[in-house]
Write a protein that binds this ligand. Structure first.
Ligand SMILES: Nc1ncnc2c1ncn2[C@@H]1O[C@H](COP(=O)(O)OP(=O)(O)OP(=O)(O)O)[C@@H](O)[C@H]1O
Length: 793
């Protein structure tokens, strides 16, 4: 709201602004006419107002050297000017600032009988009239007015509005001057503007003039003055100020007139910094804040935006949690893959680059050693960061199957082994200090409650100088899950038949020693189940194979042992009895195989392994399957085109495989078309193709349900898995299998396993982690933690 009261100097706003208003004091000089007495004495006027702002001394040029003859101020009022003029044209705007909440003061300064009272009485009357007039026209605002009329004489304060003329006592708060003035209380509506206007008639101006003129100081000393205490708020700078300096034109008063003008000149330099005074009572403030709070709460409650935000935040939190889980899983996969690769390299003792999977060896080398790739600036280990954990896994399957044993290597047969059943466990020594116990005792299947021991069915081992051990079934099953279990089964069957054939045709003199036509002697151990059955009095059945150093059986340095332990003897007994008495063993495996082959899921899954594959043929010779992944390979000179094509294909597969965004991002940022990226692109394509065609867990279950529980039992025994825990169990087995050479590895493995099963207290030993206190020797830690019955979900 802006309203002009009168004239063009003053405007009243709604009082919302609080910007300080810095300005100079308004200084005016009023020259009164010569009074009758002065005229009678023959005094003449020494001063002439040459315009509205300048006054000059005109009668005594000789004094020009000592005093200035011309003075300029904001306004000069001559002898014929009226008080109304002084008000309207001079001090009105300042006086009425009080209506905007700004303090104001109007002073009259001058020598005795110069016209101070004459001027101020008129100015005060006009101002009060205007104030009331303004208030009377404001219907939507309430005003509280407080008037005081005070006389200060010899430091005594007297209330001019009081009849008794009692002396007033000044309190600390100058605003609480005891007064009999009428008070108007406004409503306590909260925000209030409070301002004071002072109309001051300064008696004794001569003395002040002398002081200020002599010192040339614009500061008005008021600290110890009652007057200044009363005017404290106005004189402190927070007030618009006007000074009307009155002077007599008579020559007899010329000295005082000059001093008045000097005072006025000094006053001109003083600046004020008035601001709107907003007063909010505590009660009003509390009320106002409560209202604001209620308003905001209501806004938050009803705002659709806020609801969206809340739901968005929830979604984001879920997403973050999910990504964290994925990251953890990828880390675990990476660790497993690295462990397997480590082990393989360690076991073979061969430079990875010289192996048939040289390019994979390069990948491993890059990823593990060189920070892969060199331009990478990401922190931490690379494989998982770049989402290659799965690739590594796939590679490893390829590695497992592509190993080509040298037929010329002499292979020994452990004469202590016996081969009495169709469940063939072939074990060979891996390296020194390797005692491997893989026990999956008493595993309960979710839907069928099938208990089984974790016999590592269809294991075979080829002892050579490199002392390679392969567990084809485990290798396949770990990384390719359900589908590879089928392949595992296939492969195992082949191996089984092959080995059986060779056993029958072996020229070796005993059942425990077999040599094939090419001079390879295979050591064939009992299956864990069979071993357990045949030696039921023992809790551990150890299939040992002697290594080519000719070390004695049972010596840890030279042997690897597959130990089978039941969770309890009762379990063992039950299982063994079942194994020996039920027709499980008598089932026609060909029939089961036929069922598998005829199932749709099986058909789909057989196409999955499009990797380079080399496997041992059914006759113990090496058979190399053809590479089927060459479709991803393109000529080098068309690399950019190939890259784009592969990238499109990868993106498509990402979508089809629901690949996590994190993986996509890393991969996308990392591989941007460099020629050296080709191997990674290819691996990613293979990995995704594999994943895409991998039947889901549900599909696998569906497949397995095509078989009777007995048939499934046979399958599980052959695969050495249980339906529900197969993947992680094999990961675990594999983990143990590949990390049994030193305690550091064991501890590291324990941590990984602990993560798998959701154990977070990783500062504990493997023994503590899995409660394997029954194991007496600490060196059994390296195998002990896989013997615990760990439930995976
Ligand atoms: N501008 C004027 N026009 C006509 N008469 C004036 C004017 N100014 C002052 N007078 C007259 O001069 C006399 C003295 O004025 P006034 O009392 O206002 O002076 P004063 O400065 O207040 O003196 P004191 O300091 O002693 O109170 C008064 O009679 C007054 O009417």
């Amino acid at each position: 709201m802006t309203e002009s009261i009168s004239g063009d100097e003053f405007e009243i706003s709604d009082g919302q602004e609080s910007t300080a208003q810095k300005e100079k004091i308004f200084v005016a000089v009023r020259l009164r006419p010569l009074n009758g007495k002065e005229i009678a004495k023959g005094d003449a006027s020494d001063w002439e107002c040459i315009n509205t702002t300048t006054i000059i001394f005109k009668n005594n040029p000789s004094e020009r050297s000592m005093y200035p003859n011309a003075f300029t101020f904001d306004r000069i009022y001559g002898c014929d000017s009226s008080t109304k003029q002084v008000y309207e044209e001079g001090v009105k705007g300042i006086g009425l600032s009080v209506l905007n909440g700004i303090n104001s003061s109007i002073f009259a300064y001058g020598q005795t009988s110069s016209g101070k009272t004459y001027t101020m009485s008129g100015v005060t009357e006009y101002a009060i009239t205007d104030i009331y007039d303004y208030i009377s026209r404001q219907n939507d605002r309430e005003f509280a007015l407080k008037f005081s009329a005070i006389e200060i004489y010899n430091e005594c304060v007297r209330d001019l509005l009081s009849q008794d003329g009692a002396q007033l006592r000044l309190l600390d708060d100058p605003e609480t001057v005891e007064s009999s003035a009428t008070e108007y209380k406004g409503s306590d509506s909260g925000r209030t503007l409070a301002a004071t206007v002072n109309f001051v008639d300064l008696a004794g101006s001569e003395r002040a003039s002398q002081t200020l003129a002599a010192g040339g100081n614009s500061h008005i000393p008021y600290r110890n003055s009652k007057l200044t205490r009363i005017l404290q708020n106005s004189l402190g700078g927070n007030a618009r100020t006007a000074i009307v300096c009155t002077m007599s034109p008579a020559h007899s008063h010329v000295e005082q007139s000059r001093k008045t003008l000097l005072f006025a000149s000094c006053a001109k330099d003083v600046s004020t910094n008035a601001q709107v005074n907003v007063v909010i009572s505590d009660k009003a403030l509390v009320k106002q804040l409560q209202q604001e709070l209620a308003r905001l709460a209501n806004e938050l409650k009803t705002s659709p935006v806020s609801n969206d935000s809340a739901s968005l935040i929830r979604e984001m939190k879920l997403q973050i949690k999910k990504m964290g889980k994925e990251r953890e899983e990828l880390t675990q996969q990476r660790d497993l893959a690295e462990a397997r690769l480590d082990h393989l390299i360690r076991v073979t003792g061969t430079d990875p680059n010289s192996l048939p999977w040289g390019e994979i060896g390069d990948l491993y080398k890059k990823s593990s050693k060189d920070g892969y790739p060199a331009s990478n600036t990401y922190e931490g280990d690379s494989l998982n960061k770049y989402g290659l954990a799965d690739m590594e896994s796939s590679k490893f399957d390829f590695l497992d199957q592509s190993y080509v044993p040298d037929p010329s290597q002499e292979t020994t047969i452990n004469p202590e082994d016996s081969y009495k059943d169709q469940g063939i466990g072939i074990t060979s020594s891996i390296d020194n200090n390797s005692i491997i116990e893989i026990s999956e005792d008493s595993i309960k299947e979710e839907d069928q409650n099938i208990e089984e021991t974790s016999s590592i069915g269809n294991n075979y081992t080829i002892n050579s100088k490199n002392r390679i051990e392969e567990n084809q079934c485990i290798d396949n099953s770990i990384t390719t899950e359900e589908t590879q279990m089928d392949d595992c089964y296939e492969s195992s069957k082949e191996n089984t038949h092959g080995i059986q054939t060779r056993v029958e045709q072996s020229p070796c003199s005993s059942d425990s020693e077999i040599s094939d036509s090419e001079g390879i002697c295979l050591t064939r151990s009992k299956s864990c189940n069979e071993l357990t059955t045949n030696t039921s009095s023992e809790k551990e059945i150890i299939a040992e194979s002697r290594n080519d150093n000719g070390s004695e059986p049972g010596k840890q340095d030279d042997h690897i042992q597959f130990l089978t332990k039941s969770k309890s003897e009762a379990d063992v007994t039950t299982i063994n009895q079942q194994d020996s008495s039920t027709p499980v063993k008598n089932l026609d495996e060909k029939e089961i195989e036929q069922k598998i082959k005829s199932s749709e899921e099986r058909d789909a899954s057989t196409e999955l392994l499009s990797f380079d594959t080399e496997s041992v043929s059914s006759h113990g010779t090496v058979k190399k399957t053809e590479q089927k992944a060459s479709e991803f390979t393109e000529p080098e000179n068309d690399w950019s085109m190939v890259f784009e094509k592969q990238r499109r294909e990868i993106i498509k597969l990402w979508n089809e495989c629901n690949t996590p965004l994190v993986h996509r991002t890393y991969f996308f940022l990392l591989f941007k078309g460099d020629q050296s990226d080709s191997v990674y692109m290819e691996v990613e394509l293979r990995r995704l193709s594999f994943l895409k065609n991998t039947p889901s867990r549900a599909t696998s279950k569906k497949l397995l349900k095509k078989f009777s529980s007995t048939e499934r039992d046979v399958l599980f025994k052959k695969w050495g898995i249980s339906l529900d825990s197969r993947h992680r169990r094999f990961q675990l087995s594999r983990l143990v299998w590949t990390k049994t050479n030193d305690m550091d590895h064991i501890k590291e493995s324990a941590e990984i396993v602990a993560k798998l099963v959701g154990i977070v207290e990783l500062n504990r030993t493997p023994k503590e982690l899995f409660g394997l206190s029954f194991l007496p020797k600490s060196d059994h830690f390296k195998t002990s933690f896989c013997k615990g019955t760990i439930s995976f979900t």
